[in-house]
Design a protein around this ligand. Structure first.
Ligand code: ARG
Length: 495
């Protein structure tokens, strides 16, 4: 799990004697155990933003005078420049930054924590940081979809065997295959954006859980931090981690999609259907002839990281009473672990897809292997009026006789099952077409099917969806950048 390495005496830059916080709970043997300071590096920038927005709001509301606000905001600039590693010791980044402010400003620096608690503060910081991480994950998924669509476009008509139970099933195309994963990743994108929407709400101002007598403006801090809305109930805001669970679950779902894609490509590489780029392969330290699909195996394994994170979160969050419990500190790392592991895996999978070469000759040669056109022959008979179950029986009988039956073989089987000769239902040419993988694919032109026209329609839809998701991504990023700029401008008015 993400380390919350014990911050032994002064491990984070200051000796305990430098610590300004003078409470009786700071020095016991469990100090390192309690502290999340090291892991909180991830939310260092988030905490500074949250502090700034809170201080600006307090000043605007007349709760803090402009001079104190300016001094605190000045100190926050210095603390940012010095970096997380220069923070004094503390139970977490919130306490350490407050200590650092007080070191610089004096006791008036302690006014920063007016009308808030670390409970609403940390919940806000996690949401603030996770927003950016989720947008990066979305960017990676959209990028992977674009790579799949390029391959689908290039190989819209490249025949390949399609499998069920890892057995030859029906001929399809590489385009149809790639689109199947693009569609799954499109839903993964939707889930991530849904999680983003519910992450992008502000709990700040809820204080410990029970609100505050100060006349604060929660809408204002939400606006300054670029949140879409305020989580109204203060107890909910401080307690809720469902946004983190939802994001982690969406990531686990994505990782599961990618693990299937990886597994397929590992098998296809071993079958010679696809040649992975050397950049995404590895060799053996002893067997010089080996080219192994290691990167895709590692993508496949990242699903394990993500599923572990979901399990860790569920287990940690289950049964927690209202309102705040320190267990929540251990929950956070699971979310970071998932988003890092899965975003990186997505980028690697996209690169492997983009650089792989599809062996068209072999794929075409195997497209009809194992009598995979059998269903098409049964469909043909059914279209000619034979009940599908009877048609199935005819073709099953032909399949029993041969793995590569010709017209005569089908005719013989039909003679065993049907009252009338095969030729009274269908002509020879139609049967031979049904037995041909390319014609078989072309015949399956129902919506979403592998026929070239159907694939072209799917490609067009997918391209539109990708463009729309790119636009959403750009809009969300703009909103965050605008809020950031606004916050900087407000801060500049005080320092
Ligand atoms: N570091 C804590 C966390 O990550 C926040 C501190 C709240 N602590 C407390 N004792 N109320 O959740």
């Amino acid at each position: 799990m993400t380390g919350e390495e014990p911050t032994e005496d002064g491990a984070n830059g200051a000796d305990s004697s430098d610590v300004v916080r003078r409470d009786r709970f700071s020095g016991g043997p469990a100090r390192g155990f309690l502290s999340s300071l090291a892991a909180d590096e991830r939310i260092f920038a988030a905490d500074l933003a949250v502090d700034r927005a809170h201080v600006v709001m307090l000043a605007e509301q007349g709760i803090l005078d402009d001079e104190d606000a300016g001094a605190i905001l000045d100190a926050l600039d210095e603390i940012e420049a010095a970096g997380h590693g220069a923070l004094p010791d503390g139970e977490d980044v919130h306490a350490a930054i407050e200590t650092a402010v007080i070191e610089r400003v004096g006791p008036d620096g302690g006014r920063m924590h007016t009308a808030r608690s670390r409970n609403d503060e940390v919940a806000t910081c996690i949401r603030y940081r996770l927003r950016g991480d989720l947008l990066e994950a979305v960017e990676a998924v959209v990028g992977a979809r674009e790579q799949l669509l390029d391959v689908a476009d290039e190989h819209a008509e490249t025949l390949m065997p399609g499998f069920t139970h890892l057995q030859y099933a029906q001929p399809t195309t590489v385009g149809h295959y790639c689109l199947s994963y693009e569609r799954a990743l499109a839903r993964d994108t939707e889930r991530l954006l849904g999680a983003y929407e519910r992450t992008n709400r502000s709990p700040l101002g809820g204080a410990a859980f029970a609100g505050t007598p100060f006349d604060i403006d929660r809408e204002r801090t939400a606006e300054l931090l670029g949140f879409d809305s305020v989580l109204e109930n203060s107890m909910d805001g401080a307690s809720a981690r469902d946004f983190l669970l939802e994001a982690t679950t969406a990531l686990a779902n994505l990782a599961t999609t990618l693990s299937g894609l990886s597994e397929d490509l590992v098998v296809f590489a071993n079958d010679g259907y696809v040649d992975l780029s050397d950049d995404y392969s590895s060799t053996s330290s002893i067997m010089p002839q080996k080219k192994n699909p290691d990167t895709l195996e590692l993508v496949r394994a990242r699903a394990g990281d993500a599923h572990g994170a979901v399990s860790g979160l569920l287990t940690t969050l289950k049964g927690l009473p209202r309102a705040y419990n320190r267990d929540l500190q251990r929950a956070t790392g699971h979310g970071w672990e998932a988003v890092d592991a899965v975003t990186e895996a997505t980028e690697v999978a996209a690169g492997a897809v983009a650089t792989a070469a599809w062996n068209e000759d072999l794929l075409e040669a195997e497209a009809g292997a194992g009598f995979s056109t059998a269903t098409g022959v049964a469909d043909l008979l059914a279209m000619a009026g034979v009940p599908f179950r009877t048609a199935h029986e005819v073709v099953a009988m032909a399949a029993e006789e041969s793995t590569d039956p010709d017209y005569e073989a089908v005719e013989a089987a039909a003679g065993e099952v049907l009252d009338d000769p095969l030729s009274s239902y269908v002509d020879r040419e139609a049967v031979e077409d049904a037995l041909d993988p390319a014609a078989s694919v072309a015949s399956r032109d129902s919506a979403g099917g592998p026929a070239p026209d159907a694939v072209a329609d799917q490609l067009a839809t997918a391209r539109e969806d990708v463009a729309a998701d790119r636009e959403t991504l750009a809009d969300e990023r703009d909103e965050l950048a605008d809020a950031d700029e606004q916050l900087r401008a407000e801060v500049a008015g005080y320092v």
